[in-house]
Design a protein around this ligand. Structure first.
Ligand code: FES
Ligand code: FES
Length: 180
């Protein structure tokens, strides 16, 4: 990373594309994504980490991008909501949100999709309480959450997420009561 006059040059891999941009060091990552990388599917809501509209995956971790400086992610891999689908082929979670009316305006969708996907990768058969717990850092002003919970349940039914589970979780699934 180079820097001068309040700007830093960072190189990131965004949705599989390696990009180098010069960013204002005061800018939050969400603004770098929207303004410098041109990916406006990542939304700005509260800027305080409460609403989840700005959620992305940063080096694999679900992250609220309003809480990070863009200049701090040099060398990272970022997936935004635009990077979830394979062209016109939706992920099972996206398809389930579409099928089950899991969104209306879509403002909350980045956070809902990333948090639901992360949940299912770690717990492919969640209860409704576990779904509600997983999405509780995301505010939806439209749906009343019922369609969202239904959508996550539907995603669990239409796809096998066990392949994405971390090794220790898979072991726990196969052997729910390990002896040591
Ligand atoms: S804008 Fe980041 S959590 Fe609300
Ligand atoms: S669909 Fe509008 S905020 Fe959730």
């Amino acid at each position: 990373m180079g820097s001068s006059d309040g700007y830093a040059t960072i190189t990131v891999t965004v949705n599989g594309d390696r990009q180098t941009v010069s960013v204002d060091v005061r800018k939050a990552l969400v603004d770098v994504i929207r303004e410098d990388l041109g990916l406006t599917g990542t939304h700005v809501g509260c800027r305080t980490g409460d609403c989840g509209a700005c959620t992305v995956r940063l080096d694999g971790a679900v992250t609220k991008s309003c809480l990070r400086f863009g200049a701090s992610v040099d060398g990272s891999e970022i997936t935004t909501v635009e990077g979830l689908s394979d062209g016109d082929t939706l992920t099972p979670v996206q398809q389930a949100f579409w099928d089950e009316y899991g969104f209306q305006c879509g403002y909350c969708l980045p956070g809902m999709l990333f948090c639901s996907t992360e949940l299912l990768e770690n717990n492919p058969t969640p209860t409704d309480d576990e779904i509600r717990h997983a999405i509780n850092g995301n505010l939806c002003r439209c749906t009343g959450y019922t369609g969202i919970v239904r959508a996550v349940r539907h995603a669990a039914a239409i796809a096998d997420f066990t392949a994405a589970m971390p090794a220790e979780s898979t072991t726990a699934l196969l052997d729910p009561m390990p002896t040591n």
